[in-house]
Design a protein around this ligand. Structure first.
Ligand code: FPP
Length: 258
């Protein structure tokens, strides 16, 4: 009897989620969602587990989130997986984080291919261990003909460095006569950023209760709607992404107008 009640509860909960998903799809969904996945360490600490256990749990949530985002018709999902500042963490943690793309893609790449997802990356490739880069590049190559959702990993990414590099390349192109400084505008400057092929995010989500950007997409987030939650990333569930989008759909975006 108890099992029957549990089953009924699960079914009714999942049908509610299903209804909310169908409702969301009736309105414009954010085309590009960016997520600062924070709180893995605290999640592990609460369970007296090593920090890397939190990152492992966080990796599984990446899979669930990707699947739902794709189902909702989101065109691009950018996930902040490792910042240019994260090298300061203990060696074993950095090594573990650098193994996650291989583990994730080793397990899930066939499903991503089947779901028509395109894997991409922003960030500095040069400092990545060769095994990490190999996994990402293989996934990019194997999904390059897909035309569904872009799953964009921000890996060894830092926004200030990205902007500074763009400025240097703009100056160089001005000197070489490739571009005219007077014709430089926001659109043409954007094409010098690592996100040149992507629209700016419509929605930014940050988990774990921290209310800051941590050097993430500073230029690209100029007009983005923000949604913060206390939930730690490994606890981030379908319900939370749905909630974030429901809130987004109720907001009025004015882009500086009235
Ligand atoms: C921040 O939490 C999280 C990270 C620096 C790593 C995020 C990585 C994942 C969620 C897995 C990525 C998966 C793939 C496939 C690349 P924190 O460790 O700073 O948490 P804390 O603030 O609670 O210590």
């Amino acid at each position: 009897m108890l099992n029957k009640i549990k089953l009924w509860k699960n079914q009714s909960q999942s049908s509610t989620l299903r209804e909310r998903i169908e409702d969301i799809k009736k309105l414009p969904v954010p085309r590009h969602v960016a997520i600062i996945m924070d709180g893995n360490g605290r999640w592990a600490k609460k369970r007296a587990l090593p920090r890397i256990a939190g990152h492992h749990a966080g990796m599984k949530v990446v899979r669930k989130t990707t699947k739902l985002a794709n189902e909702l018709g989101i065109e691009a999902l950018t996930l902040y997986a490792f910042s240019t500042e994260n090298w300061k963490r203990p060696k074993n943690e950095v090594e573990y984080l650098m193994k996650l793309p291989e583990e994730f893609l080793g397990t899930f790449l066939p499903e991503l291919i089947e779901e028509n997802v395109q894997v991409k990356m922003i960030g500095y490739k040069e400092q990545l261990p060769s095994h990490t880069l190999r996994a990402i590049e293989k996934a990019m190559e194997d999904t390059k003909n897909n035309d569904g959702m872009i799953l964009n990993f921000a890996l060894n990414y830092g926004s200030r460095a990205e902007i500074l590099d763009a400025v240097k390349r703009v100056l160089n192109d001005c000197q070489e006569g490739i571009i005219d400084m007077n014709e430089l505008n926001e659109d043409s400057f954007s094409s010098y950023l690592m996100t040149s092929e992507l629209e700016d995010p419509d929605l930014l989500i940050r988990t774990s209760g921290e209310i800051r950007l941590s050097n993430f997409m500073l230029w690209q987030l100029a007009y983005t709607e923000f949604w913060f939650t206390e939930v730690l990333w490994p606890d981030f569930a379908e319900d939370h992404l749905i909630k974030a989008i429901e809130v987004f759909q109720k907001r009025q975006r004015r882009f500086g107008g009235v």
